[in-house]
Design a protein. Sequence first.
Length: 266
Amino acid sequence: MKESPVGQAANSLNFEEFRKEVLNDFRLANESRQASLTGRKEVLTGKAKFGIFGDGKEVAQIAMAKQFRNGDFRSGYYRDQTFMFAIGQSNVTAFFAQLYANPDVELEPSSAGRSMNGHFATRSLNADGSWKNLTSMKNSSSDISPTAGQMPRLLGLAWASKLYRHNEQLHQMTNFSDKGNEVAFGTIGDASTSEGLFFETINAAGVLQVPMAISVWDDGYGISVSAKYQTTKQNISEILRGFERNEKGEGYVILRAKGMGLSGPL
Ligand SMILES: Cc1ncc(C[n+]2csc(CCOP(=O)(O)OP(=O)(O)O)c2C)c(N)n1
């Protein structure tokens, strides 16, 4: 086996498998980038009603998808297309079907053309109205338009898992939870962290100690308004420092990473 280009982490994988995975990830990132560029042209030339896209966030979202397991839930926002593609719960065809408001639920499974583009969801029910087994699929709650509106629901999903974890009577409901062994993943833009719902969720999650992971995508702007006008110190991680986990195990872990490195051409 050849020396792996990324050292220890990849050495556990067979080199051929690793190579395949890297190429697949690169292909997916490119497809998603092209979907953003083409979609934006469709909106600006009047062929689609409204558009909002996830370019610049491809690589970090692919990394996030690698941690997302069956049974987990997403409560996120409109920039998550690459993540949804990467977990296999959307694709370029479905993405454009939503952009054009296609009312066919087979083609546009997130909302059958009812929501704006970039508003993702997975279907928890079968066509006959019965429940799917949510523990054997990757789940997304339905995106809503008010920014930060996804936050209380994220907390609810994580809280539900904690209740399942600690209440054995619930363990028989195997379609919904594997004894609480799930994580709720949230995503939000930096400007939307100014909303009260964000701070309430952040505080409650620390108090309740729930299985929840939030990514704040900080591009320094909310529409065209600089972070200077909406976030104290222009740095949400910095102002959340008081919530950081202490030696008693209270609070939670805050990590910062450069996730927008490929905002130029891939
Ligand atoms: C409650 C509410 N206020 C305003 C808007 C309009 N709006 C949509 S996106 C957006 C900017 C969000 O910026 P940010 O959270 O930084 O996310 P980004 O799009 O930059 O990733 C605004 C103000 C909205 N959807 N909901």
